[in-house]
Write a protein that binds this ligand. Structure first.
Ligand code: ADP
Ligand code: MG
Length: 256
């Protein structure tokens, strides 16, 4: 049965999508069966996996509204060797339309239940908001991966996310826990990065992943080729870091 992880942080541009796509590809390289769920109407994870979001036959939008099941909507990322439950702008409408539906927070969880046996990992790329879509991700998940940059404002907003996770844990999903904080876009030459990184380790202990993702231009270039960085340039420092992170996650789920 799959373990389900949300990649979440309500800030935009912190590396959620890059992490989701490259962790998916990294885990696939380690022979894990992976479904990448795009829960952001921007559809960046869909595009980053090499799938044209403008030409989808089905998407997560229909799945959340109960019009299609996951098996009917998923598509294969050929280059990354994982499956994708894709999204596009239509998904923005689901936010409003789901409000009137019963079990509105659990619609993703219920839908994923039917395919959990097909995968080792299901990764959910969340939108940059603590919205009903993100809530669906958190209700479906066993754990949360929080990517963050080691900069001065990194911790600002983290408490909102942590409080939301606590509330979901208390009221909706007792399985949910923070798996870890992932340091991304790391620049070891910056003293500030080193300092913030050290503070994170001090405050959060083993909730900070061992793997650190460096700032690496190959990761940023890969989406325009419709490939995860892990596939586009497997020997790059960024790709190697995400493969190492995949191995860390494989170890982590053994104790879950
Ligand atoms: P989010 O999904 O949180 O909005 P993204 O993953 O889209 O964030 O990343 C924001 C921008 O930063 C993108 O342009 C992406 O290519 C770039 N980026 C993310 N991680 C890295 C990295 N490790 N090195 C270089 N650029 C990165
Ligand atoms: Mg994103």
């Amino acid at each position: 049965m799959a373990k389900i992880f949300c990649v979440a942080n309500q800030k935009g541009g912190v590396g959620k999508t890059t992490t989701s796509v490259n962790l998916a590809a990294g885990l696939a390289k380690l022979e894990q069966r992976v479904l990448l769920v795009d829960l952001d109407p921007q559809g960046n994870a869909t595009m980053g996996a090499g799938i044209n979001k403008a030409a989808l036959e089905g998407s997560i939008y229909q799945v959340l509204l109960g019009e299609l099941d996951v098996a009917g909507a998923r598509v294969r990322s050929e280059s990354g060797r994982f499956d994708v439950l894709p999204a596009n702008r239509e998904l923005a409408g689901a936010e409003v339309e789901m409000v009137a539906l019963e079990n509105r927070e659990r619609r993703l969880k219920d839908a994923l239940g039917a395919v959990a046996k097909d995968y080792d990992f299901i990764l959910v790329d969340c939108p940059p908001a603590l919205s009903l879509l993100t809530l669906n991700g958190l209700c479906a998940a066993h754990g949360v991966i929080i990517p963050m940059q080691c900069e001065y404002y990194a911790l600002e907003g983290l408490s909102d996310l942590v409080n939301t996770i606590k509330k979901v844990h208390a009221n909706l999903n007792t399985d949910l826990r923070i798996i870890g904080l992932l340091r991304v876009m790391f620049d070891p030459r910056m003293t500030l990065s080193q300092q913030v990184s050290g503070q994170l380790e001090q405050h959060f202990g083993d909730k900070v992943f061992k793997t650190i993702i460096p700032r690496n231009v190959r990761l940023a270039e890969a989406p325009s080729y419709g490939m995860p960085g892990v596939v586009f340039d497997p020997s790059s420092k960024g790709a190697q870091a995400y493969i190492a992170f995949g191995a860390e996650m494989v170890e982590r789920i053994k104790t879950m």
